[in-house]
Design a protein around this ligand. Structure first.
Ligand SMILES: Cc1ncc(COP(=O)(O)O)c(C=O)c1O
Length: 391
């Protein structure tokens, strides 16, 4: 299908440098181990430094990081977790699996993310945690949301799957929450070869047990005279507040960690390239009021995705013409989660989220990745203008 597009909505966000490719090849030929080795240590160290946090753990995906975050909450079916409905399904279903009731929070129409008001209106005496998603690469109003969660004794989880490298008030996305997750899936601004994620935790007790929850419950013996007695490593069952937590295997392999440890040095430059292109595109379309973009010309937005609201119910016509007449693959993203059969079957099909419904029903997401050529951006701009004039 994608071969019929002049500009496809690509499945990958960026290219790799020759140095990054060489490192992977070297690990493939020479590395002692392909998992749990020195590149895991290096990747985590560089991530901690990049964010300025004490504990960051590489995971096989952001979803695995969310699964562990959900485990650490020790949820019961009495508990409620507030989550935006306008997000990817992984932001929510790990909490459903742990038995919580999801309460859907609405987005702010202009910024397309939740804010303190939309969250506050959903807090009840059963609320245990709030998941804030910095969707499209824009950090929500974190100082206010942090204060709200502290005042109400709620655990705050930041879903930074799309927002690595953004910052607000001198703090990076992922440093406001009690726990934060990042994604390095293929489409993200930086990818660890297709899959990968990171879990950041503030609580040192959580930090002690995350490596074992990630790696099948393994940990070293305290007093082991010889490494082979009684076995190379123990298997245990960690406890939080009197509750046992089950192990998983969510490890990330050495080639992926190695790429992550190099490519993290390029996050700021990829983000600033995408932001400057997005701002130019938005400004060049400023006089066309049929499209409403969210324009943020600073580090608060990395434009992981470039999206707009299409006025006057013309969205489907716009996408169809861009596809049929121009060969450009615009798409629609983030079906409100409460409309999916999965959530309806879990009795989570009810939501009071008017902005979510309104935005989704008229939104368009343009193809937008680091490897787009200038002439492709220009072609997309000219095509957008002529399409808007024709509908
Ligand atoms: C907002 C959001 N949360 C979570 C995820 C899950 O990330 P991963 O694919 O690394 O599990 C994604 C990935 O697309 C996402 O966009």
């Amino acid at each position: 299908m994608s071969s019929s597009f002049k500009i496809p909505f690509k499945g990958r966000g960026h290219s790799y440098s020759q140095e990054e490719i060489d490192l992977v090849v070297e690990i493939m030929s020479d590395s002692d181990t392909l998992t749990q080795g020195k590149y895991l240590q290096l990747f985590e160290q560089k991530y901690r430094e990049f964010l300025g946090v004490d504990h960051a753990f590489a995971m096989s995906s952001a979803t695995s990081a969310l699964e562990i975050a959900a485990q650490l909450l020790i949820l019961s079916d009495e508990d409620e977790v507030i989550i935006p409905s306008h997000t990817y399904t992984s932001s929510a279903y790990p909490f459903v699996k742990k038995g919580a009731k999801i309460v859907w929070a609405d987005i702010d129409f202009e910024s397309r993310v939740v804010n303190a008001k939309t969250i506050e209106s959903k807090i009840t005496n059963k609320t245990r945690a709030v998941v804030v998603v910095h969707l499209y690469g824009y950090i929500a109003d974190m100082p206010e949301i942090r204060q709200l969660c502290t005042d109400n004794d709620l655990i705050l989880i930041e879903d930074c799957a799309q927002s690595l490298g953004t910052s607000l008030g001198g703090k990076r996305a992922g440093t406001y929450g009690d726990m934060s997750i990042f994604s390095h899936h293929s489409q993200k601004n930086i990818s660890t070869l297709g899959e990968g994620g990171v879990l950041v935790v503030k609580n040192p007790k959580f930090a002690e047990i995350v490596p074992m929850l990630r790696h099948n419950g393994h940990l070293g013996y305290q007093d082991q005279e010889y490494y082979w007695k009684p076995a190379m490593s123990n298997v245990d069952y960690p406890k939080i507040n009197g509750n046992y937590i089950e192990p998983n295997n969510y490890c990330l392999g050495e080639p992926q960690c190695a790429v992550g440890s190099m490519i993290i040095d390029r996050v700021d430059s990829v983000n600033s390239l995408k932001r400057s292109r997005a701002i130019q595109f938005i400004d060049d379309l400023a006089k066309f009021q049929q499209l409403i973009f969210h324009r943020v010309d600073n580090e608060r937005h990395n434009y992981q995705h470039l999206v707009a609201f299409v006025q006057n119910d013309k969205r489907d016509q716009f996408i169809k013409k861009m596809f049929l007449d121009k060969g450009i693959q615009c798409v629609v993203q983030y079906y409100p989660l409460h409309r999916y059969p999965y959530y309806i079957k879990h009795d989570l099909g009810e939501a009071d989220c008017p902005n979510t419904e309104l935005f989704f029903d008229s939104m368009v997401s343009f193809p937008f990745y680091e490897t787009m050529k200038n002439y492709e951006i220009e072609y997309m701009l000219e095509s957008t203008i002529s399409t808007l004039k024709s509908i």
